[in-house]
Design a protein around this ligand. Structure first.
Ligand code: PTJ
Length: 247
């Protein structure tokens, strides 16, 4: 169970996030490797100042615009995302009318079911992923197993942190990929149409807020997409991390 974190602790937010991952492992949602992923993410977040940079904010707006303009948007969910941001996943799916699909690197039916149950308990109406009746071509990992009416059919896919093997395969299928990952050098954000270099905990509610503001405004959506420069976003994040200068 979660240890109480005192509000006045200087790193209370980060510690609470860490505990959510621990609880996710205990509940069978999150793989043990998710603990390592969380540690890597914390280190990058620390160097980025544990805040949403201006450049990440533009990426989040572009991500919202892509999801709103999509014919078939899908939010992919892994064990870390399910533990960290279940309410925010459901809220974003509602804001952009996206499907939710559990898609795991360390795939087991038990974890897919646990994640689907968890998201349903947080208000999700349907969670795809259990019936993986299609495959992502060219991908050998378990993440290749997808729903034919979910990720396989999607034109825009939001991918939370992952270890990178799926990103290129999805781009090869001509899907627009939005990747949330705190490491700008990681392979997934490097190949994503929209790399969001921010903590999932901040990025998901921000994308939903932008989506609610942009809803019904297709011209503004187009502008948000045009105004976003993926190379510049990756460079800005790397520069912040390497220089140690926080604006
Ligand atoms: O649930 P599964 O079975 O699909 O497995 C998922 C994990 C996360 C275990 C698997 O994809 C994995 O091992 O990932 P990696 O290789 O550890 O990569 C995780 C990436 O996510 C790293 O680049 C981290 O910096 C980043 N990251 C970690 N926590 C966050 C994050 N990015 C954004 N927000 C976070 N909270």
């Amino acid at each position: 169970m979660t240890t109480e974190v005192p509000d006045e602790h200087p790193r209370s937010e980060s510690l609470r996030t860490r505990h959510r991952i621990e609880d996710g492992v205990d509940a069978g949602l999150t793989h043990r490797q998710g603990l390592i992923a969380e540690g890597r993410g914390e280190a990058f977040d620390y160097l980025l100042g544990e805040r949403t940079t201006e450049s990440a904010e533009r990426a989040e707006r572009a991500a919202a615009a892509h999801l709103l303009l999509a014919d078939c948007p899908v939010l992919s969910v892994n064990g870390n995302a399910a533990a960290l941001v279940p309410d925010e996943i459901v809220d974003l799916a509602d804001a952009v009318e996206a499907a939710i699909e559990a898609n795991l690197f360390n795939r087991t039916d038990e974890r897919i079911d646990a994640i689907a149950d968890h998201l349903r308990a947080h208000g999700a109406e349907g969670v795809k992923g259990r019936r993986a009746d299609a495959r992502i071509p060219g991908l050998t990992s378990e993440r290749a197993k997808v729903a034919s009416d979910g990720i396989h059919a999607a034109d825009v896919v939001l991918v939370p942190l992952e270890d990178g093997d799926r990103a290129e395969a999805l781009s090869a299928m001509d899907k627009t990929e939005i990747v949330v990952d705190l490491n700008p050098l990681s392979r997934s954000p490097q190949v994503a149409a929209v790399p969001v270099i921010d903590n999932l905990v901040r990025a998901m509610p921000n994308i939903a807020a932008h989506a609610r503001e942009l809803a019904g405004r297709p011209d503004d959506c187009e502008r948000a997409i045009e105004n976003f420069d993926r190379e510049a976003a990756l460079e800005a994040a790397e520069e912040t991390i390497r220089s140690g200068e926080l604006d």
